[in-house]
Design a protein around this ligand. Structure first.
Ligand code: FES
Ligand SMILES: [Fe+2]
Length: 371
């Protein structure tokens, strides 16, 4: 990939990657027999939980005349459209009843489908698979299964705790993601008297390697500024602690920290809602502090602070981005951002041509920056 890769071409009309699982909403926001509206990649979706607590996702537009199905009635099994009362199976989207039909009218209603999406519950979130768009003008048919299960947080013991944080970001998914992997903003955005100051800035050197559809910051002793690390040091001696950070398309950042039998693992996603709106969801799992009452709260407090600082920053940044200014990415601090755009282009290219995935990295790289 050329070094002067123009960032501007990615904004503000950020392309979104279809054919992947996305987090739709926290699982505890949906009770049995309830439905809720969601938006993913500019597609309106109605998400619900049937009588057996199984989650499902349908396109939030009736295939008859487009009324949002989320305006309809849900009996725990079928959704009834509020306009003309057509009924659909919640999971398959198959039409079950058209009340206006008289007995001699032989319309084959079982061939009519409201669009449905593969839907799975994983690690406190409901995930929805957004397939590649079908041919223009084609209606919905029987749903196709997702090619792979929804992503999961790596876990290393039977017992663990789980917590999540979520924040809406007023920017494109690209700015959300590169903000997430940007190492140079820490000393300026995330300072606090109890945490770090601008004076703690120092030179860092990290090894990166290509992995399928992404890249990895190779296992290393974590930065002395990292949040879980400061807490982990209470448990294990500093040298035994290692962390690995992966980024994988379309939007997955996972971090695993291990110290002896203790571990902390998180999966952060930045989900495109519309082309200039996204949402960050951080879900963490760990087997530390299980016996300390304030442990999880402390961790959540630290993470909530961080996410709020990032959200506020991106809110301010969106003011500057409104008028589509010229932007730049510099080495080495913005190299992960360049890889992200390279990976995304390679994915779009592969989908377009049906050829191989051309990874933007040819091998391991060491990056240096001050933060
Ligand atoms: S629009 Fe839904 S039944 Fe007519
Ligand atoms: Fe940040």
């Amino acid at each position: 990939m050329p070094d002067d890769f123009p960032l501007q071409s990615q904004t503000p009309d950020a392309l979104m990657l279809f054919g992947f699982w996305y987090r739709a909403l926290p699982a505890n926001q949906l009770r049995r027999g309830e439905i809720a509206k969601a938006m993913l990649l500019e597609q309106p979706i109605v998400i619900g939980r049937d009588r057996q607590a199984q989650a499902f996702a349908l396109r939030d537009a009736c295939p008859h005349r487009g009324m949002p199905l989320s305006c309809g009635q849900f009996d725990g099994q079928q959704i009834e459209c509020s306009y003309h009362g057509w009924r659909f199976d919640a999971h398959s989207g198959q039409c079950k009843l058209i009340p206006s039909l008289v007995p001699e009218q032989t319309l084959k209603i079982d061939r009519i489908y409201a669009g449905s999406y593969p839907c799975e519950e994983r690690d406190d979130f409901i995930w929805v698979f957004i397939p590649d768009p079908g041919p223009a003008g084609a209606g919905f048919s029987k749903p196709a299964p997702a090619p792979a299960p929804a992503p999961e947080i790596p876990k290393f013991s039977e017992h663990y705790k789980l917590a999540y944080l979520t924040a809406d970001l007023p920017c494109s998914v690209d700015h959300g993601i590169i903000g997430l992997m940007d190492p140079a903003h820490g000393p300026f955005v995330h300072q606090a008297w109890w945490w770090r100051t601008q004076k703690s800035i120092h030179e860092k050197r990290k090894n990166f390697e290509p992995i399928p559809y992404g890249f990895r910051m190779s296992a290393h002793t974590p930065s002395s500024n990292s949040a879980p690390y400061k807490l982990l040091r209470l448990y294990a001696d500093a040298d035994s602690i290692t962390t690995t950070i992966d980024f994988v398309l379309p939007n997955l950042r996972s971090e695993v920290i291990r110290a002896g039998k203790y571990w902390f693992s998180s999966l952060t996603t930045v989900t495109p809602i519309t082309r200039n709106q996204c949402r960050i969801d951080v879900v963490a799992a760990w087997n530390l502090f299980r016996w300390i009452p304030f442990g999880p709260q402390l961790l959540k407090f630290v993470f909530a602070k961080f996410v709020e600082q990032d959200r506020r920053t991106m809110e301010l940044q969106s003011e500057g981005l409104k008028h589509n200014p010229h932007l730049m990415l510099i080495d080495d601090a913005d190299r992960p951002a360049k890889w992200y755009f390279g990976l995304k282009n390679a994915m779009l290219e592969m989908k377009k041509t049906g050829g191989d995935f051309r990874h933007p990295m040819t091998g391991p790289v060491t990056l240096k920056w001050r933060s």
